[in-house]
Ligand binder design. Structure first.
Ligand code: UDP
Ligand code: MG
Length: 317
């Protein structure tokens, strides 16, 4: 047994039926590995009695740590809380629903031992509908053109981060976190291992179509102001095109006099420009909205209950 500790960060929202299962599965995997470990459950405001289950488990197993939020703050907040409270030299982030197979833990730790700061478990899309696969791959192609960091389809939060990577992530203090991009932004050396898509064991996904759509927009807006630049180019292009059109029409009028009043061209121009202006306003609005949220400097989450002592948190480092 070496003295290094691995912290498992497990965000869970209404996953009462999965908590004991994932604990057993991780325990089983870690039995043969020579590391200390802790399981840090972040209960994201569950209403299904998860806290009581966590309390009971923590009473029997010293490796179980938990933080319970006052309400549902979202997975990003839960991950951040996990990173802030993890004591280990490396952390592994896993979903509570066993869709991140514990059998991959070996591979992740192997990458850590090889010296990588990030070891990412990449999911293939086996079993997903063709439409969903197509939409995601197109989305990633477009987003990677639009932003500076590189996002990859299937690479999410199931990953190992070294202490160096965790500390780097914690220096990013933005209120609106888009973790997928932040992992890439810190830019440390990364190894990728693949795993097969697994169906959820209990409960159901918390991702509705509208949540996915909003998440997609977050990905584009969170990293730089290229969308604003795009609005500028679009505006400039339309301006040049319309000037040209006005110029040509003007000479036609001079030559032939005014012909039939152009209802079609007028209504097309009004609708087209109106649409473009609304989109651009929307993009600007998104950025202003972010400034508004950012200057409030609200905490990312509030903790109702935990079995982690403050002293413990600071003692390790
Ligand atoms: N989760 C969370 N807060 C939320 C939504 C989800 O902590 O507001 C947790 C959830 O309990 C699970 C993980 O995030 O452990 C992934 O959620 P889910 O399985 O719904 O997402 P999917 O696997 O469908 O992408
Ligand atoms: Mg899931």
């Amino acid at each position: 047994m070496n003295n290094l500790t691995i912290s498992f960060i497990i965000p869970s929202y209404n996953e009462v039926d999965n908590i004991a299962n994932i604990h057993m599965a991780i325990k089983e995997e870690m039995r043969l590995l020579h590391y200390n470990y802790e399981l840090l459950f972040i209960d994201d405001g569950s209403t299904d009695g998860s806290v009581e289950t966590l309390q009971r488990l923590a009473f029997c197993f010293p490796e179980i740590k938990y933080l319970s939020f006052t309400r549902n703050f979202g997975k990003e907040a839960a991950i951040l809380a996990g990173l802030e409270h993890a004591a280990g030299e490396a952390v592994i982030m896993m979903d509570a629903d066993l869709q991140h197979p514990p059998s991959m833990i070996h591979e992740l730790i192997k990458g850590f031992e090889e010296g990588y700061d990030q070891v990412v478990a990449k999911r293939n899309r086996k079993g997903d509908s063709r439409l969903r696969t197509f939409i995601s791959s197109t989305y990633y192609k477009c987003v990677n053109k639009a932003i500076d960091v590189n996002l990859s389809d299937g690479e999410g939060d199931f990953r190992l981060l070294s202490r160096k990577a965790v500390d780097a992530l914690l220096t990013l203090s933005e209120g609106h976190r888009f973790s997928k991009g932040l992992y890439s932004w810190i830019g440390l050396e990364q190894k990728t291992v693949s795993y097969e898509n697994v169906a959820r064991e209990n409960g159901e996904t918390k991702w509705s179509f509208s949540k996915l759509l909003n998440y997609g927009i977050d990905g584009i807006i969170s990293f730089n102001n290229k969308p604003l630049r795009l609005c500028f180019y679009m505006g400039a292009f339309i301006l040049v095109a319309s000037l040209l059109y006005i110029f040509i029409t003007f000479f036609q009028v001079l030559k032939n006099g005014i012909t039939v009043p152009g209802y079609f061209t007028t209504i097309s121009a009004v609708l087209f420009l109106g649409g473009i202006q609304l989109v651009c306003l929307g993009v600007i609005g998104e950025y202003i909205g972010r400034i508004y949220l950012e200057i409030k400097k609200r905490p990312h989450y509030l903790i109702k209950q935990t079995n982690i002592k403050e002293r413990e948190k600071h003692e390790v480092y």
